[in-house]
Design a protein around this ligand. Structure first.
Ligand SMILES: Cc1cc2nc3c(=O)[nH]c(=O)nc-3n(C[C@H](O)[C@H](O)[C@H](O)COP(=O)(O)OP(=O)(O)OC[C@H]3O[C@@H](n4cnc5c(N)ncnc54)[C@H](O)[C@@H]3O)c2cc1C
Length: 366
């Protein structure tokens, strides 16, 4: 099998984009497909390190449409796709301040018409659900009860497993180093293990899409990868956070949600950088904790250095130059490495991408 050098389609990249494409091509009968992943395992970069949440609320209508359609798959995957639940409907709670809150409130009927379950909440109702939030930073909130945490590991591997069952091949540790173009069409790829022909070459290289596109001489659409950081830390002993939704304050740049037995937080940072195995900055980690301290002060004592229960991931977000404001597009992430890293208020260690972790490590504590 490894001796074959010609395929109908070659997919470059084994993150969630490449894996899902392999699956849907195979489901539609295109099975003469090879997926090349440069790392030793799929999902090593952005897909293994995302905050793994489904949030259908999006100000961009076309993206909202895509999210609504994806949500249907996550809530009700095809029979036999997985024996596990892909979406934990823990909900998403987004707080807003005026004047944005007024605008969001007016949008609610539109969202409902699109099939998005959405409930407006008063500050008092928010406080009943998430008592740690400082009320001066919001005038209202929306709760999306049918959204929540995605089991990215299960999703990624189910895509790959079913694609493989139908005949799609996958090779990890193979880097695409060039794209062969003839008469204006991609005809194959060069790799560290030789050359391969294909009728179609599909670029699903995450933060590296711009590099692959340049290899093919494609129109120079500028893509900029951005790093995003996630910090995890222990929850206070007297707070049971396990049933909490993801809580976001976009204006103040913070979201947090339950993760294992603690919490995960992100300052929604977007620092432009070349695509690489992204590493978090101590400064951003410290900034995250400062924001938690400002917006949800009771959570902070648990971040102290005596509670080294946390780890972080950082990744790269990628969007095209003319893309919308602060939406996540694609990412790469930090290398799994064992040493402890101490940074300001939190004691962290680097963690392997979650999509590569055995299921039993990733399950939330009962
Ligand atoms: C901290 C963080 C939080 C996020 N939170 C969310 C969230 O809550 N919800 C959400 O929907 N999204 C979230 N995202 C975004 C989401 O993770 C990404 O949009 C998604 O994972 C991108 O998948 P991808 O397959 O395009 O990229 P990747 O997962 O990065 O996959 C691309 C793959 O291509 C491979 N590759 C690159 N170049 C080559 C080459 N030359 N040859 C062979 N292989 C190559 C790479 O090794 C990589 O494995 C988050 C991202 C980050 C960083």
């Amino acid at each position: 099998m490894e001796g074959r050098r010609h395929f109908e389609a070659i997919i470059v990249g084994g993150g969630i984009a490449g894996a899902s494409l392999a699956y849907f091509l195979a489901e539609r009968g295109m099975t003469d497909v090879m997926l090349f992943e440069r790392e030793e395992q799929p999902g090593y970069h952005a897909s293994g390190r995302s905050a793994a949440t489904l949030v259908e609320l999006d100000p961009i209508p076309s993206l909202r449409d895509l999210k609504v359609q994806s949500a249907g798959f996550l809530r009700n995957p095809p029979p036999g796709f997985t024996e596990y639940q892909l979406l934990d409907r823990a909900g998403i709670l987004i707080v807003f301040q005026e004047p944005i809150w007024g605008a969001v409130h007016m949008m609610l009927p539109l969202l409902e018409a699109q099939g998005i379950a959405v409930e407006p909440l008063s500050p008092r109702q928010v406080a009943d659900r998430i008592p740690v939030l400082e009320q001066q930073y919001f005038d209202g909130a929306v709760f999306l009860p049918d959204d929540g945490h995605i089991d990215v590991h299960e999703l990624l591997w189910s895509y790959l497993r079913h694609a493989n069952r139908r005949g799609v091949r996958r090779r990890c540790g193979v880097e695409v180093t060039g794209v062969r173009v003839e008469s204006g069409r991609c005809r194959g790829v060069l790799t560290n293990v030789g050359e391969f022909d294909a009728r179609w070459v599909i670029n699903a290289a995450g933060a590296w899409v711009g590099k692959i596109a340049a290899m093919a001489g494609a129109a120079p659409i500028r893509f900029t990868p951005y790093r995003r950081t996630v910090v995890t830390f222990g929850a206070p002993d007297d707070l049971d956070v396990r049933g909490w939704p993801l809580v976001a304050n976009e204006a103040r740049g913070l979201y947090f949600k339950p993760e294992s037995s603690g919490l995960l937080a992100s300052p929604m940072d977007e620092d432009p950088a070349d695509p690489c195995d992204a590493q978090p900055s101590d400064l951003v980690v410290a900034e995250t904790i400062e924001r938690v301290k400002q917006l949800a002060p009771p959570l902070v004592p648990a971040c102290g250095p005596l509670r080294p229960t946390g780890c972080w991931w950082s990744g790269r977000i990628q969007r095209s130059k003319d893309s919308f404001g602060s939406r996540v597009r694609a990412v790469a992430a930090s290398r799994p490495a064992p040493p402890l890293v101490r940074s300001q208020r939190t004691c962290c260690w680097k963690a392997a991408p979650r999509a590569s972790m055995p299921r039993c490590w990733r399950r939330r504590a009962p």
